[in-house]
Design a protein around this ligand. Sequence first.
Ligand SMILES: [Zn+2]
Length: 488
Amino acid sequence: MSRPHTKPTRTAQLGVAALAAMAIVSSSNTALAWDDHSIYARPALVDLPEISQFPLVEVESLEVFLSAEEEGLAKLLSDNEAWALATVPAYPPLPQDLVLMAGGDRDTLRTRFLEALRMAPDIKLALYTKAPLGAEPLADGGLPWAEVTTLHDPGALGDAVLIPTPEGTRVAPLDVVTSAADEPDYGFDLGIWTDNDTAWGPRYGMGDQPFGDPTKEYSSQAPMHMGLYHEAGIVYTLASFLERTYPELRVHQFQTLARYAFETGHDYWGWRFTGWALHYVQDQAMPYHTQVLPGVSVARMLWINTLSMVGISGPVDNAVRLVSNRHIGMEHYVREVFEATLEQADHPFRAALADTTIDAHYGTFDDTYTRHTVALEAVSRAKGLDRALERYVPELLVSDPAYIMDETEKDINVYERVLDADATAVASLEPTFTELLGSFGAHSRVFVRTLRAGLPVPAPLPEPVPMEQIEELPLDAQPSDAAAGELL
Ligand SMILES: [Zn+2]
């Protein structure tokens, strides 16, 4: 292609506008990477011995955990800062006044902890688990989304059954970790940039939001959930802000917190932090989260960028729309297949998530894993995924830039539309998705195995005294305080 007749500095300046537009693609309101991580994490982890052989854990509020471990956590976060400065490219140092200090005001401990992690300090952190897909709704409806997320419109989070689990309740690690795997999409990373209109963003030292619209609530989380680690050098030259994506930071923060919680006997938080870290790992297994414009060659990207610079914005707008439709359409499709095949335990998508035969190939989870194993693999699949969607999903939905997924038609079911158009397309799409889901499952298990390596499995909590036995006790014999506590 011909080179633009502009000086490099001017090229760089102008190039930013169009490339930023491209980067907005994956930060739209409804794009969540996997729609609902919990649904896919469950078949991936249900048979993992590290989880299935772990006894029930007792629910504990974050405040109790933090109060008990304040000193150790201050040290841990200080170590993490040193790690991030040495390891994470383009890492913005933590401002000194956000450093977690032990011995401070207990009433503000939770806020100080969240601010030291540079998470949104208003997140709910409700005590709950999500029921498996297809579970009957609770008689009282369960927890409303408003008690679990700070999103103004939680509609995109689906209609999961949220089960309240008050402190002291015993829950299965699988329920904790799979519920937590979806939680970072409920508001963790909203408003954390200097130019977001929040009380905390300007204090966090994260700089302006690298891409996306800083005034749109959901777009501010994208740079923490997308690892744009493998663009061509020229793309970073034109748009260096694309280097400021930080899933590795989140993975490390929650991975170290999980291990610390396990080591100090706070197993509930061990599993909940594990789920949080898994979310960011799983996001990188999604090709539309690891490239600015999956399926669009670098040459074409630079060409439409150049056209945009001379005022011809149509090609950029069209490319952005098609990628956005394919990204959201893919999330639809996977979820809808799961919903339509609830009764099929051995459906190829579930089998792919549960297939442990590929795990050994990946080894153990280290500092390079998120970027160089998960994200790089997803990038290598981007073109194939894009072509498969283009070929087998009805043209209107993924190849017509005038169509806007989730807006042109409300309540669209992409799976049904594929089926209606050509039933054989479902089988044609299958290998593309089983490959992606296989990686989602394998990377999730590799992460948990590595995290739990060398940690002892605790003894089961003492059995609660069954209600019948209490009733049979003579009137002057009282159950022990501990046993009575179990009944509360
Ligand atoms: Zn995410």
